[in-house]
Design a protein around this ligand. Structure first.
Ligand code: SF4
Length: 365
């Protein structure tokens, strides 16, 4: 797709905002959930909230992978980190995610073997450099990351490596959306669907939104114009009463997604229930290594017993923030005891966390 000049972008954004104003009925409140943490950050960075007419509310959803990773998972990772025979391999944004009693950054200061990696395939090299250690990779993330980590599991298996294991807590987006709608706690009038996840899964897994729940949705790219286009698409669906899975990110997201990545994921993983931070168990929302790949499941290969109970950070409202039930600023700890420098909950840790975005961009309402 041709890249727009700044001037062209401004003209396009103006035209889209005009259309949004024309479609929006004054006095009506329309709550649209941006599911993806990258969208949340783009919305703030591009000042979209201030540009939309009053009554169109954007609420953040459960689409930040670090934020939805459950407390007990972090406690298991920390239990592994305490062992001298284990190296934890992790993406850097997991270091400050609070466990019940500590975090990986503190554990590292105390001498735990924690290695920050930039791509999962680095575990192959790490395993060769440390044949006397077990490498436990913290395998979190949504469908986009799952495809890359699944390919890494296969590469480890193909190379006959015996000292790499995966502590898996992958999350699937469509079951989480279904769970939000089933719980019916907060009204959602439409979903701005994640662009990167949709590159892998395509449009089909979202069809239940219009067909079973009669709710509009649209897959969106990540700059301001692309997000505004998705909002127009959703408002047009509302206006016509014909609901579908819109896609304004055609340049990247195919209707059928990426069949090769999907087949690989089916080969490596089984779908299972999983626990989401502050939300609880969501049916069919996680993955477990299966068949010959189950040998690389850290929990099966290196069982751990947690000596103390897992506890959510006292007063943290991440679960309600992740479901769009409250704004981050409605958490009593926001900006007081919980800041990006001293985060209490996971939503303040990740750059994609909605509490971190609200705090960084100075929003309080
Ligand atoms: Fe949790 Fe901090 Fe967000 Fe409150 S402001 S919900 S304590 S992360």
């Amino acid at each position: 797709m041709k890249k727009l000049t700044l001037q062209e972008k401004k003209h396009t954004a103006d035209a889209l905002l005009k259309r949004i104003n024309a479609l929006h009925k004054p006095g009506e409140v329309v709550r649209l959930m941006e599911v993806c943490g990258t969208h949340t950050v783009s919305i703030f960075r591009e000042g979209l909230r201030q540009l939309l007419p009053e009554g169109i509310e954007l609420v953040s959803g459960p689409g930040c992978p670090v934020c939805v990773t459950d407390q007990i998972y972090m406690d298991k990772a920390l239990a592994y980190a305490e062992r001298d025979d284990i190296i934890i391999a992790t993406f850097g944004d997991m270091l400050k995610v609070p466990g019940s009693y500590s975090n990986l950054s503190e554990a590292q200061t105390k001498g735990a073997h924690i290695h920050v990696i930039y791509t999962p395939l680095e575990v192959l090299e790490l395993s060769k450099r440390h044949p006397d250690k077990k490498i436990v990779f913290l395998a979190i993330g949504f469908e986009t990351t799952i495809a890359v980590i699944g390919a890494t599991v296969k590469a480890v298996h193909a190379a006959g490596i015996k000292n790499v294991f995966f502590l898996v807590s992958h999350k699937l987006v469509p079951p989480a959306l279904r769970a939000l709608l089933d719980r019916q706690e907060g009204r959602i009038d439409g979903f701005i669907l994640p662009g990167h996840v949709s590159v892998i899964i395509g449009e089909e897994p979202y069809r239940f939104l219009p067909e079973e729940y009669h709710i509009p949705s649209c897959i969106a790219g990540f700059d301001g114009v692309e997000i505004l286009s998705a909002i127009v698409n959703i408002l047009e669906q509302r206006s016509s009463g014909k609901f579908m899975v819109g896609n304004t990110y055609h340049s990247v997201v195919m209707e059928q997604g990426n069949p090769v990545a999907q087949a690989m994921m089916r080969e490596v993983y089984d779908v299972c229930d999983d626990t989401w931070r502050g939300i609880g168990i969501i049916s069919h929302s996680g993955l477990a290594l299966k068949g010959e790949y189950a040998a690389y499941d850290a929990e099966l290969a290196i069982p751990t017993v947690l000596e103390k109970p897992s506890l959510d950070p006292k007063g943290c409202q991440c679960g309600r923030v992740l479901q769009g039930l409250i704004k981050p600023s409605e958490c009593p700890l926001f900006g007081k005891s919980c800041t990006t420098v001293h985060p209490v909950g996971a939503c303040m840790v990740s750059v994609e966390g909605s509490c971190a975005a609200w705090y960084k961009y100075g929003f309080s309402s």
